[in-house]
Design a protein around this ligand. Structure first.
Ligand code: MG
Ligand code: MG
Length: 622
């Protein structure tokens, strides 16, 4: 087994099936994103509006090389006339490949109704195909489709390729098929790298459904789903493989999304894959743990300023500074910092587009410099301070939704704050809060995939299994990304319905963005009392909810009465109990959540539908 991994030799590539649009549009976006290699999907070839020569010229103009024509289906295991036709189809594809200047035809295992099982028959068919391909200087790559009746495990496909024993016949490894069959990954390391002709990469959320539907509708780019692509890449690097590493994603939302964004995400994902393989020459700095949230910046219409000031005061924050350059004030207390920014010129007029909402978030890491290098290598969009005398030196990630995520050294956070604000007052030492527990974003599905990728690839956040929230107006899908070393989390909510809480947030606030910021505390009832005394409204929770939780958790009458009085939701897991409340949204958009987490590790999933219903009721004024 070769010990020297050559990941630098793996060529980033993408299949045209990943993108929406016509083949001409797809190729333009793929090239613009930075790819130089592409898989041509057969459907795209058949629907192309010109000749093969036109297509070849288009590819040359975009400086794109075709790594394979795919898929060639239903070939092996046939007899008689069916077998003759299968070889004739292959010869026709060989002719087309010559014009497109590619030497590789990708064959996926047969689902032909007349195909017969039997490894000898399949080996003989592939050997003959290999002979014919070799005679024309071409090669065949064989893939086990997860749903094929006879060959659906990569280990069987490898056994066939091994027995064919022909230099023109090699193996395809497709991460989706491997993971969806639950095949062990360890045997991959035993396959010689030069017998693997193509590696196709896709991620996916973990869903329990049939392989075909899961594959056709829910694949996504590595770093956007929940499969253990890291483990696959480490096995692959053991083989010494140095061919194309090509995304092959079938996704309903990709098919209707902006192909430029999809192609960019695909390219970033390729860089991310390269960073998974230990190789000092790939230039991608290692991911760093996300240590927590340093500050929240709210872009604020002047008429909402008094409400926000009142809420922050009730939460135990004090106005401690005014910004040196912007119309903005700094609030601090109990380990939480908030900036209220009424400057219309800030962040490319974010306020005009989104109204009062969270515009920026400061994230703490051990080494911001390494994070910035990694973000650059992954092709993420960075915002640099405008000038050297800017009030701060913080570099930020601009997320796809327009929000700005500053990357801060934990050691330099105080200094950054002090350099931006003239001090008015000292922070309150004994605030009601003790930090930011999580931030929840409401996004379109396409944006949530881009966002999940950006944060996961930058900080190595762990995706928790997605869960469905039954909003009264439709389904909301929620995915939590967990920071390993801290108690900080990012939750991504997405909904196809315009009328769910998540969907209507996007209608009201100019698109995807931060739906709520959750502050942690040690006594949520004390915070609730303080909010009530200051006249801050909280989301009203229906009485039937409390009838249900009392016997469920064996709570005392007095405790349940105080939960109900202050609209506090309750849950428990094996680690402890969880109390949470929500403020009524400011200006019909974002809100604050206050949580008390006594060891509890979840997100209050059991209460999600209760609070969504409550928020919709509140928004409709009932
Ligand atoms: Mg495939
Ligand atoms: Mg929350």
């Amino acid at each position: 087994m070769p010990q020297t991994a050559r990941p630098a030799g793996m060529t980033p590539s993408i299949a045209t099936v990943c993108l929406s649009g016509t083949l001409r549009e797809k190729l333009a976006h793929i090239a613009a994103a930075g790819f130089r290699h592409v898989e041509i999907f057969d459907n795209d070839l058949l629907t192309f509006d010109g000749s093969l020569d036109d297509l070849a010229a288009t590819l040359r103009r975009h400086e794109l090389e075709v790594v394979t024509l795919q898929p060639f289906r239903d070939f092996e295991g046939l007899s008689g006339r069916d077998r003759e036709l299968a070889f004739a189809r292959a010869e026709a594809k060989f002719d087309q490949m010559a014009v497109l200047d590619t030497d590789l035809l990708m064959l996926c295992s047969s689902c032909h109704p007349a195909a017969q099982p039997g490894i000898k028959r399949i080996v003989a068919d592939l050997r003959e195909l290999g002979e014919r391909a070799a005679a024309r200087g071409l090669r065949i790559a064989y893939e086990a489709l997860a749903w094929a009746p006879w060959v659906h495990d990569y280990r069987d496909a490898w056994e066939i390729v091994r027995r064919v024993d022909h230099p023109a016949v090699g193996l395809v490894l497709d991460t989706f098929h491997l993971f969806s069959r639950g095949s062990p990954l360890e045997p991959i390391a035993q396959i010689p790298g030069d017998r693997i002709f193509l590696v196709q990469t896709a991620d996916a959320p973990r869903l329990s459904m049939d392989h075909l539907s899961w594959s056709r509708h829910y694949r996504c780019f590595p770093g956007q789903g929940e499969l253990d692509i890291h483990r696959f890449m480490s096995q692959l690097s053991e083989t010494g493989y140095s061919g194309p590493l090509s995304h092959e994603v079938f996704n309903d939302v990709f098919r209707m999304s902006d192909p430029a964004q999809t192609a960019r995400d695909g390219y970033r994902s390729s860089q991310y894959l390269a960073s998974m393989v230990p190789d000092p020459t790939n230039g991608v700095a290692q991911a760093q743990p996300l240590l927590g949230c340093e500050f929240i910046e709210i872009s604020c219409e002047p008429e909402h300023l008094p409400t926000l000031q009142n809420t922050l005061t009730a939460l135990g924050l004090a106005r401690v500074g005014v910004h040196r350059q912007l119309d903005a004030e700094g609030w601090h207390g109990g380990g939480v910092r908030v900036v209220l920014n009424t400057d219309r010129a800030f962040a490319e007029h974010f306020l005009d587009k989104h109204g009062t909402s969270v515009v920026a978030i400061g994230l703490r890491t051990h080494n911001a410099y390494q994070m910035i290098r990694r973000a650059q290598a992954l092709g993420l969009e960075l915002v640099e301070p405008d000038s050297v005398d800017a009030s701060h030196r913080m570099v930020a990630l601009r997320n796809v939704d327009g929000t700005i995520w500053y990357l801060l050294d934990a050691s330099a956070a105080d200094e950054s704050w002090a350099s931006a604000f003239d001090t008015l007052d000292e922070p309150l030492e004994h605030g009601e809060l003790n930090g930011v527990d999580h931030i929840q974003l409401s996004q379109s599905y396409a944006d949530s995939l881009s966002t999940a990728f950006a944060f996961r690839s930058l900080f190595d956040l762990r995706p928790r299994p997605t869960f469905d929230v039954f909003d009264p107006r439709g389904l909301v899908q929620s995915q939590v990304l967990d920071a390993a070393e801290s108690a900080f989390r990012i939750a991504l909510n997405t909904s196809q319905s315009r009328d769910t809480l998540s969907g209507s947030f996007r209608q009201q606030t100019g698109g995807s963005g931060v739906h709520h910021v959750a502050f942690g505390c040690t006594d949520v009832l004390a915070v609730a009392r303080s909010l009530a005394q200051s006249g801050v409204d909280t989301l009203s929770i229906p009485p039937n909810y409390y009838l249900d939780i009392q016997p469920r958790f064996g709570l005392s009458d007095a405790f349940v009465e105080s939960l109900q009085e202050f609209n506090v939701l309750y849950d428990e897991d094996a680690h402890g109990r969880f109390l949470q409340l929500y403020t009524v949204p400011v200006a019909g958009s974002f809100c604050f959540e206050i949580v008390q987490r006594d060891g509890y590790q979840g997100m209050g999933e059991a209460n999600a539908h209760i609070r969504t219903a409550a928020a919709l009721r509140s928004a409709s004024g009932r």
